[in-house]
Each structure stands twice: as C-alpha cells, then as structure tokens.
Ligand binder design. Structure first.
Ligand code: C5P
Length: 221
C-alpha cells in the first residue's frame, strides 16, 4: 500500500493538529506540526527581545538548531537542545508568531526543512501553506475550517484547561487578527490549494472528521 503524503491546512483552531495526529496514528505515519516550528522561532525572538520585523529574524533563521519529536501524542520541540515544548504555546507566543512568520528568509528555511521531513512519505503535515507551497504534490490535500465562534471556543477550552485565565471575546478577536495576518501576508499566505478537499469541522466531532479523512486516504492509497 502506498505511504501517502498528506497536507492539512486551515486557520487557527479548526482542529488541524488534533485530527492530523489521530490520522497519523491510525495510519502509522509521522505527524509534523509546522506551526510548532514557527512558534519555536517566535519564542526565541521573544526571549532575546528581537524586533520581529528586523533582519535579525532572517539571521536567526540561518542558524536554527531545531528538533521536533512526536512522543505519546505530543510534539516535543527542542531549540539549541533546550526543551521548549510548553513555552511555545503561551498566548504571548501566539500573538507574536504571525509577525515572525512573515519573514521571507525564515519561510525559505522552513520550507527546505519541512520538505526534507516529508520526502520519504507516510507523513501528515499540518500548517498554513503546506498544500500550496511546501508539498504541492501531496497525495491528499485537506483544508479544515470551522466558524470563528467554534474555533475560539475550542482554543478557550484548551487554554483554560492549562490554567490560563482568558476572555472568550478577546480570544475570538485575537484569532481573527492572526487569521487576517496569515491570510494577507505576501509570502505563502493561508489559502486553500485549488485541489484541496474542504472539511468544515464546525458541526463534526473529532471522530467524524477523522473517519471522513481516513476514507479519503483509502481512495488514494
Ligand atoms: O498551527 P499554529 O496555530 O500553531 O501556528 C501558529 C502560527 O504559525 C500561525 O498562525 C502562522 O502565523 C504560523 N504558521 C505559518 N505557516 C505554517 C504553520 C504555521 O505561517 N505552515
């Protein structure tokens, strides 16, 4: 059976990572969370107090020593051998990451790293530009969406369960701003590939979304 290359894109909170992890698990594939890679760089920018719009981000991109592992359902991220898995999920990093993700030099470095990770097949990669730029020849491209209200609610549950106190309306506004920045950036904006299958998860349970995607995988194996 063919080991597929599966690209999953979509806005924040559409359920990409949850669904991608489960699909990868069911197929015995590798899951690659490209958002975690951009978050790791944003964390470094924040930690070092670098101006996110400066050339320093491009310089940083060329010196990246990043490792991603997927253990027990969790993407672990190491930057310069430091485990920053939890640090990259803070609201501060979420707010900063779209600015950092606009830097063309950084995107170029990420593109090479991500293509290398997918080359052998048997991968599910999620992000914003996977079907359009990183893996334009993927065997299956999916674009996951959900209403902004539903996406904000999901993120709110995720963050409050981790102990953050966060206002739902504020979070909805932040997600809308992040989507806008991701959709409007010049290099590799968030957009569905013309050959992507659209999956609206607003009314779908996780199980239903995974089942629908596994069916599509079967057709292409
Ligand atoms: O997927 P996640 O929400 O963790 O991604 C965080 C941010 O990283 C996105 O809002 C976007 O700015 C950036 N990103 C990107 N391209 C990708 C993956 C993520 O620009 N392929």
């Amino acid at each position: 059976m063919k080991r597929l290359i599966i690209a999953i894109d979509g806005p924040a909170g559409a359920g990409k990572s949850t669904v991608a992890k489960l699909v990868a698990q069911r197929l015995g594939y590798t899951y690659i969370d490209t958002g975690a890679m951009y978050r790791a760089v944003a964390w470094q920018v924040l930690t070092e107090g670098i101006d996110p719009a400066s050339e320093a981000v491009a310089n940083l991109a060329h010196k990246l020593d990043m490792k991603l592992t997927y253990v027990d359902g969790k993407t672990e991220v190491f930057l310069n051998n430091q485990d920053i898995t939890d640090d990259i999920r803070t609201p501060e990093v979420s707010r900063l990451v779209p600015k950092v993700a606009q830097v063309p030099e950084l995107r170029a470095v990420m593109l090479t790293l991500q293509r290398d990770m997918a080359i052998a097949g048997g991968v599910v990669m999620d992000g914003r530009d996977i079907g359009t730029h990183v893996l334009p020849n993927a065997d299956l491209k999916l674009f996951l969406t959900a209403s902004i209200k539903e996406r904000a609610k999901r993120r709110w549950h995720e963050l409050t369960s981790k102990g953050y106190t966060i206002d739902l309306a504020e979070l909805e506004n932040e997600i809308a701003c992040r989507d806008k920045a991701d959709c409007e950036r010049e290099v590799a904006p968030l957009i569905a590939a013309t050959d992507a299958v659209m999956v609206d998860t607003t009314e779908l349970s996780i199980d239903e979304a995974v089942t629908e995607i596994l069916e599509l995988c079967k057709e292409r194996q």
